[in-house]
Design a protein around this ligand. Structure first.
Ligand SMILES: Nc1nc2c(ncn2[C@@H]2O[C@H](COP(=O)(O)OP(=O)(O)OP(=O)(O)O)[C@@H](O)[C@H]2O)c(=O)[nH]1
Ligand SMILES: [Mg+2]
Length: 392
């Protein structure tokens, strides 16, 4: 590469220095040291400003910050939870452990529905209303498919403009691309951190279709299905299974020309839920309507949620469900742990390509391959244990 500065200037950068042009061209370096010869390729590079390493926060700092309700530290603690690095896992769990006694006091609400039903808009309007009533509201999103789709609700933070301006609110979009595995655990732990930070209502939006509904149902108290007008025989692609998970069905966009149709749809859903097993023992699911845009029907829904909380707390169903959810958290953690143990095992990693090829060429059957890999894994673990025991 030429060292002439002119050659470094891309064609779209003005020739004369222009204060309105928010970009300056800096010479890049490939490497300060030639890794083969060890010679310094760019001696000037030693004078480059060193980027100071960001100070790592201690467990106590995380715990104290979250407990104080510091939104910046809460964000950082969630990033720690979402990290896949084993050392972060330990640290995150210790932070969580210390904060657990502060959790459990919020009302956890899950919001699902077909894409475009208005889930984010509902959270925006509903959350803003609650904040203005003095509640602290956290809005989260759960997307078990984020590793495939590369993360969603990118635009939601900008879409939730009013809510994000509320000092009493905390918005956390779904983890972005690269957050492999453990979505169930990570989402749940994120929610608990928000509770420890003093949030009274946690609104969780399901993103993507597929597993997210059950994942979210499994971590919230009240589960709400947002639907649109025009429910026909096809139920707009909503499976009956999802209706069975819902504590309320809400016809959104009940405004303008759509209001009359929304009333009809509400009636249709109301008749349908009679034939569906209620999601929560002792609670009859009903259909409601609202407009996230015009902010109508929101107060009524809040009243429904409070009533739900009152009824289920009295009957013990609320506490029972939370206990079951805690156990399912334990199970998902075990699954995640075993999964990592297996797939991160060096011997398994080294044998995997060969086994995959053998399965694809039909040399071994998939079940034979699994048996063989598990046998190798078992032996590897046993020898590791043996080494550990005879070390002293
Ligand atoms: N008229 C009207 N439009 C609405 C209402 N709520 C949402 N919308 C519009 O519907 C569109 C989709 O809304 P979102 O809130 O992004 O829907 P969503 O369910 O979060 O969508 P995904 O996250 O993509 O699944 C947006 O253009 C909203 O402006 C409403 O109450 N009335
Ligand atoms: Mg959305």
């Amino acid at each position: 590469m030429s060292k002439n500065d002119d050659d470094l200037r891309p064609s779209w950068v003005p020739e004369e220095p222009n204060p309105e042009f928010a970009c300056s061209v800096v010479r890049g370096i490939d490497s300060a040291v030639n890794s083969v010869t060890g010679a310094k390729e760019y001696p000037d590079a030693v004078h480059l400003r060193k980027v100071p390493l960001r100070k790592k926060m201690s467990i106590e700092e995380y715990v104290e910050g979250v407990a104080k309700g510091d939104r910046m530290i809460l964000s950082k603690a969630i990033t720690l939870i979402e990290s896949n690095a084993p050392k972060d896992f330990d640290k995150a769990q210790r932070v969580l452990q210390a904060l657990l006694p502060r959790t459990g006091h919020a009302l956890r609400v899950g919001i699902t529905g077909v894409p475009g039903a208005g889930k984010s808009s509902f959270i925006e309007s509903f959350g803003t209303m609650l904040c203005q009533q003095g509640y602290k509201v956290a809005a989260l999103a759960v997307d078990p498919t984020s590793t495939i789709t590369g993360g969603s609700i990118l635009g939601d933070k900008t879409r939730m403009q009013n809510l994000s301006r509320e000092p009493n609110c905390f918005i956390r979009p779904s983890p972005s691309k690269g957050t492999l595995g453990g979505v169930t655990r990570k989402s749940r732990e994120t929610m608990l951190l928000c509770e420890a930070a003093g949030y009274d209502v946690i609104l969780v939006e399901t993103v993507g279709v597929g597993q997210s509904e059950t994942t979210v149902r499994d971590m919230v108290d009240f589960f709400m299905l947002v639907v649109l007008t025009g429910a026909g025989d096809d139920l707009q692609g909503i499976k009956k299974g999802i209706m069975e998970l819902a504590d309320a069905i809400v016809v959104n966009k009940a405004d303008g020309d759509n209001l009359e149709r929304a009333k009809v749809t509400q009636g249709e859903y109301e008749r349908m839920v009679e034939f569906i097993r209620p999601a929560t023992e002792g609670w009859q699911t009903h259909a409601y309507r609202c407009s996230a845009l015009k902010k109508t029907g929101l107060l009524e829904l809040w009243a429904v949620m409070r009533e739900f909380e009152k009824v289920t707390k009295k009957s013990g169903v609320f506490e029972n469900r939370r206990q079951r959810q805690t156990l399912s958290w334990v199970h998902s953690m075990i699954e995640e742990h075993l999964h990592n143990l297996f797939f991160e095992d060096p011997i398994i990693k080294s044998r995997m390509p060969e086994v995959r090829a053998a399965v694809l060429t039909g040399v071994v059957s998939p079940s034979q391959a699994v048996t063989e890999l598990i046998r190798i894994f078992d032996m590897d673990r046993a020898s590791a244990r043996h080494l550990e025991e005879t070390k002293y």
